[in-house]
Design a protein around this ligand. Structure first.
Ligand code: OSB
Ligand code: MG
Length: 370
């Protein structure tokens, strides 16, 4: 338990090495809200997974900034005592806004763990020292360009390829990648671009020996996902649909998926992410760590989470250079065997490099008790 003295919000932007296009939009720059908390224990950093636009979820960077500044910070800064563990309770009156809550929780965890001399990986219960890296590949202009991207990443050592898909080009692109790489672990992610009525293409994808089809239908449609899963040989994996451990339990009991993608930001924080992991593990549903093109702070958190025992499939956590020429922290490097180390330093194990941080920051606001 400690006293929260200040929350500093920061908007940062770092160019991506190549545009990232999904069925819902394209990003050429990674823009994110970061926060630094000051407690009487010390300081801690958090990174928010929200994007500039509400395309992946309802949240977006400007909404994160407002809800933290006007609704979350005043309560937290007025609290007598606070801990990462108690944050969920303290903010339970605010419906949703999970990505904003997750950012604050990450920063509080970082501060607490630094003071205690303990790593996030230990705190969460990581049992692995290294995690297997996959790579999520955006929708390319042409099939030829996609094949080049795939072979480049395979040469670097990535252990699993995930293709973003959308209606129209899906079957042709997946066929081309599968024919060129018959034995590569391959999956696809539709980001909710299909409906049960146009599931014909999804049925056609069943022929390509995919590891999974991620989030084919809109995020509210657990019942339709269950119908679809019954018709497919390929496992359905849910991403956007799973916002809590309760959602995971519902999806599994309904038969809506056979695999779950866990993103700490989407479920409201690292501690809820562990609870999602536990729900899945108890039901023998494999999980893997998803990504939101995180900068170094968020990437460190994903690596710690990915060290938990139920994370039995390669995740989307790729090396820093797959995203950025120059990250905010020291870069995360993937070994030639396609694995990355779980950070074991205190807290998140990384901090932003001050000069790089300043160069990438466009807005700062320091929130203090009134
Ligand atoms: O659906 O998993 C997704 C990126 C932004 C928004 C949604 C998703 C993604 C990715 C990228 O697939 C994963 C990564 O490399 O961080
Ligand atoms: Mg996804």
């Amino acid at each position: 338990m400690s006293l929260l003295r200040a929350i500093e919000l920061r908007l940062v932007a770092v160019p991506l090495v190549r545009p990232f296009r999904t069925s819902f939009g394209e990003e050429t720059v990674k823009e994110a809200v970061l926060c630094r908390v000051e407690t009487d224990d010390g300081e801690g950093w958090g990174e928010c997974v929200a994007s500039p636009d509400p395309g992946y979820s309802e949240e977006f960077n400007a909404s994160v900034w407002l809800v933290v500044r006007d609704h979350m910070a005043p309560r937290l800064l007025a609290a007598e005592e606070l801990s990462a563990e108690r944050l969920g309770e303290a903010l339970a009156w605010i419906r949703g806004h999970r990505m904003a809550k997750a950012m604050l929780e990450m920063a509080l965890l970082d501060a607490e763990l630094r003071a205690a001399g303990k790593s996030l990986a230990d705190r969460l219960g990581a049992v692995r020292d290294r995690v297997e890296c996959g790579v999520s590949i955006g929708i390319a202009q042409t099939t030829e360009e996609l094949l080049e991207h795939v072979s480049g990443y395979l040469d670097e050592g990535y252990r699993r390829i995930k293709l973003k898909i959308e209606p129209g080009t899906d079957v042709e692109r997946v066929r081309a990648v599968r024919e060129a790489n018959p034995d590569v672990p391959l999956s696809v992610d539709a980001n909710a671009a299909y409906s049960l009525e146009d599931a014909g293409a999804l049925r056609a994808l069943d022929a390509f020996d995919l590891l999974m089809i991620e989030q084919p239908l809109p995020h509210e449609d657990l019942v339709d996902h269950a119908k679809l899963q019954r018709e497919l040989r390929t496992a359905v994996c849910l991403d956007e649909s799973i916002r809590s451990a309760a959602d995971a339990r519902a999806a599994i009991e309904l038969g809506s998926c056979r695999i779950v993608n866990i993103k700490q930001g989407r479920v409201g924080g690292l501690l809820e992410a562990v609870r999602v992991h536990d729900v899945c593990r108890a039901r023998e549903i494999p999980v893997w760590c998803g990504g939101m093109l995180e900068l170094g702070i968020g990437r460190a958190a994903n690596l710690a989470l990915g060290g938990l025992p139920g994370f039995t499939l390669p995740g989307d956590t790729s090396a820093s250079r797959r995203y950025f020429e120059d990250d905010l922290t020291e870069p995360f490097v993937m070994a030639a065997d396609g694995t990355m180390g779980v950070p074991r330093g205190v807290g998140l194990g990384v901090v932003p490099r001050p000069e790089r941080l300043e160069a990438c920051t466009s807005r700062v606001e320091l929130l203090r008790p009134i």
